[in-house]
Design a protein around this ligand. Sequence first.
Ligand code: CA
Ligand code: CA
Length: 257
Amino acid sequence: MRRTLQNYGSYNYLNLLVVIALSFITFSVGATNYYVSASGDDGNSGTSESLAWRSLAKVSSTTFKPGDQVLFRKGDTFNGTLKVKGSGSATSPIKIGAYGSGAMPVISGLSKVTGWELHENGIYKASIDNISQLNLVLLNSKPVAMGRYPNSGYLTFESHSGTSTIIDNELSSQPNWTGAVAVVRTNHWIIDRNKITSHSGKTITFQASSGYTPRDGFGYFIQSDLRTLDQKGEWYYNNGYYICILAQILQVRTQLR
Ligand SMILES: [Ca+2]
Ligand SMILES: [Ca+2]
């Protein structure tokens, strides 16, 4: 009788070990579904529809495991940049998908710019996130071009010195374009964007972004300067901190990169 009890005890102990081991395996390889909703909250766990995250920034800052799924709610739009940290495996990839019903969710690099205030002379100004380069601006859903002088075509430089100075006989000394960018067509197949380091009279000197020697008689124009804004929609982006636009602002979206 005593032996029988001992056997029962060992059997139960073995069962317990097996259960623990299986639980551990399930936990270590367990994939998680994360939910993202425009009405969510980044303070949530993200692991259920009712505890969804809200932003692409939250998704991008999370390291995912093999088999994890990131599910965006249908019908919603998510602005910004999506980066996926972590790695899946050949058999358990990390998946990006959708949940809910309705139109497929939209992930857009466009961000709506708000907080506009009048700067001067019909130019409005707003702060935006610090980014390295602003590539696309939509004004009332239509793309508008970065401000430039002249508004179309090229100015022509008649001579040059080295690879970083051009002389335009028609250029006025005012406005002084120091600090702006000269977009220079140095030869048939090169267009350089060169930061202007000095402007004196008819001479512009810049930080040459390539080693090509400017070819006399070729063209250039000026951009990346507030003073180039003289027609509707022209915009200027300053040092990653704010954008100015010449317009009656209703809705502006930018693409950040
Ligand atoms: Ca000229
Ligand atoms: Ca202009």
